[in-house]
Write a new protein. Structure first.
Length: 502
């Protein structure tokens, strides 16, 4: 039996609705395989089993923004649930849980949040009392959700300010905090100079697909120029991910080995060996593997995913015993797991890697938002903070190697397929994206991330609007002129200098 929802807007039942970013959700908010459709006036979640399941989808919350929200886990039943009520129920439940996690219940300065939360709870109780009048219940629940969303972002900001002041007091920040990812294919001298002069370090992708376009052909000229410049300017470099198992990272000629794990392992091993030996003197940290848990390019078993991770990290350590190695978790909200049972949920992969004796130093995370693609629909600050908290228990520092959001609300017809997608179809943070809002979002996310003692450094995903991964996602425009986010980042760099370890 499917799980069904009625949807209401402004007190009226919705009869036409196109679910965006919709997935079935299981325990721990992990997306799971299932079909989500709108049919005969109902949102339907169809699963092959009858376990309690929730739904996650893009939901317009008016002036607060449009975010990927989810319901609680619900049992299948004949009578449809009220989607508005269930979205409010889950957000209020998560606020309660995080207040406890963050020790805010008895914190003196958190009294104002307690009163606001009580108001949202009262409204939600009123909605439950009106379930026999679903349109009225939905209207009240929408009000409760709006308060809950606003309150949860305030709580996340309040909590990050508390932790930031503690971290500043102990000078708990590393020397190289603010980096930026570049595209090695861009050889513009002004682009290179902007990176070398304005950031503490560089994230330099070393794409298997670009470096080895044919099986026995290596094309390293563009990368050599970047490595030479960064070495000359003494800019520390995080290289990689070396092996990135998705369509952007796997060479086209590897398709013939799609079902041959032994050959994949051999080819990946050979590539990593060549790259590490070539650039061994110029790289500060090696980002060895990324996206291997998604199974989007190959169908590997869980054991093969862990084995490949272990093999490649061990290989770098054998070549360079003192090298600092990172393992990247892409799509940390796990939407890929809803499309394929073969994929491993992000936290399960991270936990297994941390516990399996693999000799690596840190995790890397990529968090890019503002595209209508799985994993890139908008989340609010509270959701981002909650996701990052999951990594606090793994006993490894975390590098945020690609943080990014849109800088405009329209496609920009850039050099990449992603740049031609419409950011407005992926949600919004408060209002439609523009360059000023991008700067505000960056500062809010950076402050929240750096408040967490296990986050070592943060890196923006796109230096400029050249070959960018998100429309308007660069810190510089396509003429390499600074945007508000670039200026804001330089202000943050200056502000944090006094709190960094010498």
């Amino acid at each position: 039996m499917p799980i069904k929802f009625e949807i209401y807007r402004d007190g009226s039942r919705v009869t036409t609705f196109t679910p965006a970013g919709a997935t079935a959700v299981g325990p721990e908010s992990v997306p799971i395989p299932g079909e989500v459709i709108f049919k005969d006036g109902l949102l339907i979640v169809q699963r092959k089993d009858e376990h309690a399941t929730g739904v996650s989808l893009l939901w317009d919350c008016g002036p607060l923004g449009a975010f990927q929200l989810e319901t609680t886990r619900l049992q299948p039943r004949e009578k449809p649930y009220n989607l508005n009520v269930e979205l409010a129920r889950f957000r209020l439940m998560r606020i309660m849980q995080k207040q406890e996690d963050w020790n805010l219940f008895d914190f003196p300065k958190a009294d104002r949040f307690t009163a606001r939360f009580g108001e949202a709870q009262s409204l939600f109780a009123e909605a439950l009392g009106k379930l026999h009048e679903p349109a009225e219940a939905a209207k009240v629940a929408d009000h409760a959700l709006a308060i809950g969303l606003d309150l949860s972002e305030q709580l996340a900001t309040f909590h990050s300010e508390l932790l930031l002041s503690r971290r500043r007091a102990t000078n708990g920040f590393v020397k190289h905090m603010f980096g930026c990812r570049v595209d090695p294919a861009v050889q513009n001298e002004k682009y290179k100079e902007a990176l070398a002069s304005n950031f503490d370090y560089c994230v330099l992708p070393m794409s298997w697909k670009q470096l080895q376009p044919q099986e026995n052909v290596f094309n390293t000229e563009a990368l050599d120029e970047w490595v030479e410049l960064l070495s000359k300017r003494r800019v520390p470099t995080i290289a990689g991910p070396l092996i990135r198992l998705d369509e952007s990272g796997v060479p086209d000629w590897m398709v013939i080995w799609e079902h041959d794990f032994d050959m994949l392992r051999e080819m990946a091993y050979d590539f990593v060996q060549r790259v590490v030996q070539r650039y061994r003197r110029a790289v500060a940290a090696w980002n060895v593997v990324g996206g291997v848990q998604t199974n989007s390019a190959f169908t590997l078993s869980f054991e093969q995913i862990i084995e490949l991770t272990r093999l490649l990290v061990s290989q770098v350590k054998t070549l360079l015993p003192n090298a600092r190695t990172l393992i990247t978790v892409t799509h940390p909200f796990g939407e890929y797991h809803a499309r394929s049972k073969a994929g491993v949920p992000p936290m399960l992969y991270a936990e297994m890697v941390a516990q399996s004796g693999i000799n690596f130093e840190a995790f890397a995370l990529e968090v890019e938002m503002g595209l209508p693609k799985p994993g890139m629909f908008m989340r609010d600050l509270f959701q981002l903070s909650s996701m990052l908290d999951k990594f606090s228990t793994l006993g490894r520092p975390v590098f945020l190697t690609a943080i990014g959001c849109a800088g405009q609300a329209t496609p920009d017809g850039g050099d990449t397929p992603e740049a031609r997608l419409d950011p407005s179809a992926a949600g919004r943070w408060r209002k439609p994206w523009d360059a000023q809002l991008q700067a505000d979002w960056m500062e809010a996310v950076y402050s929240m991330a750096l408040s967490k003692p296990f986050i070592e450094s943060v890196s923006w995903a796109n230096l400029a609007d050249l070959r960018q991964t998100i429309p308007g996602g660069g810190l510089l425009d396509d003429m390499l002129r600074p945007k508000p986010a670039f200026q804001r980042l330089q202000q943050m760099r200056e502000k944090y200098k006094q709190f960094q370890k010498k």
